[in-house]
Design a protein around this ligand. Structure first.
Ligand code: ZN
Length: 128
């Protein structure tokens, strides 16, 4: 983390809503700068990504597309408390209970999927 200011994003896609209950917040960190220590469990969330969590307490740690940057959960880093929201993805898919106020970039589902064609919102068949 040290000298780099994180850009925090929120996502309202089906997968993120299912993972977090409403919206998922994250910030990217390039993989070469990340060292993981301690116990971590990963779960293959999609055909192109994994989720990670602590096997002792279940806390969410990151999302990561294959060969992509880590997308860490900002709530784990107290030093990010004052960092404002930079971007809201799938903004047009937000539930009414999590409409995010303020000045930040809002990206619609169509725009995001146009720029990230490998993404679709495949949801586990076991989910409601
Ligand atoms: Zn998402």
């Amino acid at each position: 983390m040290a000298d780099q200011v994180a850009e925090i994003s929120a996502c309202h896609c089906d997968l993120c809503r299912g993972w977090t209950g409403a919206a998922q917040w994250g910030f990217e960190a390039p993989a070469p700068g990340v060292t993981v220590t301690g116990d971590v469990k990963t779960y293959r969330a999609t055909s192109f990504s994994e989720r990670a969590f602590c096997p002792n307490c279940g806390t969410h740690l990151w999302l990561r597309d294959d060969d992509g940057p880590y997308e860490f959960v900002p709530g784990l880093f107290e030093e990010l408390r004052a960092v404002p929201l930079e971007r809201e993805v799938y903004a047009d898919r937000a539930f009414a209970c999590v409409r995010l106020a303020g000045e930040h970039r809002r990206v619609t589902r169509d725009a995001y999927e146009r720029d990230h064609p490998h993404v679709n919102t495949e949801v586990c068949d076991d989910q409601v």
